[in-house]
Design a protein around this ligand. Structure first.
Ligand code: CDP
Length: 215
């Protein structure tokens, strides 16, 4: 079974993907990490994020094993990821790796922006996780303050909301694999759902397809 979880920034799709994967004993891939990895290398080496050829070459040589999620969750990396993710050749370079992950015997859970549309259009379960921009900004702000990346001020929270709106706009309007609700996907709005309620709702969607997990 392939479970495809897509959605905008800070919608909670990563947490849901990990919990669903753990529940069913499936491997899980946070595909945002791939784009974050490319963005981070571009920043570290001082390359212009608009340089498609260099970004694509980095994507081509990216090794999943080298990606450290803790180093890639900061604001600057998220912003850089969104810029390089709009380059078609970067997306193509990362396609095989993601499709191979999705195609593992026994299945997999993947989260991102284009899992249900491009990476695994035949996924048995497709969930589009979303929440209001203000709620997503609040969650991301809390995460960044918790990591010590941001001061706990109203100005900083407003800056995170602005980041999220800019990223939503860029991710939704790009020509290649834009963020859209995939055909056959169920929209799960978590604006008013805590993590456990969101997980229960997602699980109900998976179980409607697969039946309860066997002990
Ligand atoms: O956690 P958050 O939603 O903020 O970001 P992420 O899932 O780590 O993705 C970072 C950026 O990578 C997004 O803003 C997208 O531009 C891009 N991305 C993508 O284009 N396609 C994917 N399958 C996953 C991420």
């Amino acid at each position: 079974m392939i479970v495809a979880i897509d959605g905008p920034a800070a919608s909670g799709k990563g947490t849901l993907a990990r919990r669903i994967a753990a529940h069913y004993g499936l491997p899980c891939l946070d595909t945002g990490l791939l784009y974050r990895g490319v963005g981070r290398i571009m920043l570290d080496r001082g390359f212009d994020l608009a340089n498609v050829a260099i970004a694509a070459a980095i994507a081509e040589n990216l090794d999943l094993a080298d990606l450290d999620p803790d180093r890639l969750r900061d604001r600057a990396t998220g912003e850089a990821a969104s810029v390089v993710a709009a380059h078609g050749p970067v997306r193509s370079a990362l396609l095989d790796l993601q499709r191979a992950f999705a195609g593992q015997p026994g299945g997999a859970v993947l989260d991102g922006r284009d899992i249900g549309t491009v990476i695994a259009p035949s996924a048995e379960v497709k969930i589009f996780v979303t929440a209001s921009p203000a709620e997503r900004a609040r969650r991301r702000f809390r995460e960044l303050v918790g990591r010590g990346d941001l001061a706990d001020t109203a100005e900083a929270e407003a800056a995170v909301l602005a980041d999220i709106q800019k990223r939503d706009e860029r991710d939704s309007s790009r020509a290649d694999a834009p963020l859209v609700v995939a055909p056959g996907a169920t929209v799960l709005d978590t604006t008013d759902l805590g993590p456990d309620a969101a997980f229960a709702a997602a699980l109900a969607l998976v179980e409607a397809v697969r039946g309860p997990a066997r002990p």
